[in-house]
Design a protein around this ligand. Structure first.
Ligand SMILES: [Zn+2]
Length: 263
């Protein structure tokens, strides 16, 4: 690995350091918030199926930072405009951000040590956030010493990442090709797709049209090939609703040979 160190020098009496811009004026240094030029406005969109507290966490952080860093009054105004613009660009109604600012500035007058002592006797637990309906359950814990943290299972990363695929024996959505007409069969296998392949071939050998693939080969007198040519894994996934969704998606992408049989 080649690491190259570059020195940043003062430019026009200004220098950026971490998330701050330091500007030299006569005998003073003024601070303002610095954002990278490549910074995008993107936060969790207001319409996203996420717990509200996670959605506003970024704004809570920006607002707290705006008030706790010793930046100039002008910089604070500018930062507030940036925060509001960011909120609007991500679908948030303005009043949510204004109310949040009000709440955070009022909180400073709290007797914080007393709050902290109360917090210490509480226990944290997690709930999976499927929809806002989950609060019907979690609200039952409101007056107990249990605090709920929500976790979500629907992020793009979670849906698209390939988790510990068993590469030699995968399960998921597979494609079987007909060697004669090149049409394909899309199926799902909760166990290994290799075992499913062998089952389809056994149906053909015993003249049993139990799967759509076997029926197609038998009825049309078409040919199937060896596993390396015939069988392809389309998507590794586990049995359940998601597997059916992926199967439907892939079925729509190919010219298939009729109905699938599910196993
Ligand atoms: Zn065919």
């Amino acid at each position: 690995m080649n690491l190259e160190f570059k020195m940043t020098t003062e430019d026009n009496n200004k220098i950026h350091y971490l998330n701050l811009t330091l500007q030299r004026n006569n005998n003073n240094i003024e601070l303002s918030i610095y954002r990278n030029p490549t910074d995008t406005d993107t936060t969790i969109h207001f319409q996203s199926n996420r717990p509200h507290e996670q959605k506003i966490a970024a704004f809570r952080y920006y607002i707290n930072r705006m008030y706790t860093l010793p930046i100039t009054e002008n910089a604070r105004k500018e930062e507030w405009n940036t925060i509001v613009t960011m909120a609007i660009n991500n679908g948030y109604p303005k009043n949510i951000i204004y109310n949040l600012r009000k709440k955070l500035t009022n909180r400073k007058n709290y007797n914080e040590t007393q709050e902290q002592r109360k917090e210490q006797s509480k226990k944290w637990t997690t709930f999976t956030y499927f929809s806002p309906m989950i609060r019907r359950i979690t609200n039952l814990y409101k007056d107990t010493n249990i605090i709920i943290a929500f976790k979500t299972t629907n992020t793009i990363q979670q849906q698209l990442s390939i988790e510990n695929t068993n590469r030699t024996n995968p399960n998921g959505i597979y494609k079987l090709q007909c060697n004669t007409c090149n049409r394909v069969y899309i199926g799902q296998a909760g166990r290994s797709i290799n075992i499913r392949y062998k089952e389809h071939i056994r149906y053909i050998k015993y003249n049993n049209p139990q799967s759509a693939y076997a029926a197609h080969i038998l009825q049309n007198r078409h040919e199937y090939g060896p596993q390396e040519e015939t069988l392809h894994l389309l998507k590794h996934c586990h049995k359940g609703t998601w597997m059916t969704c992926w199967e439907n998606l892939y079925t729509g992408c190919f010219t298939t040979l009729g109905h699938n049989c599910r196993r």
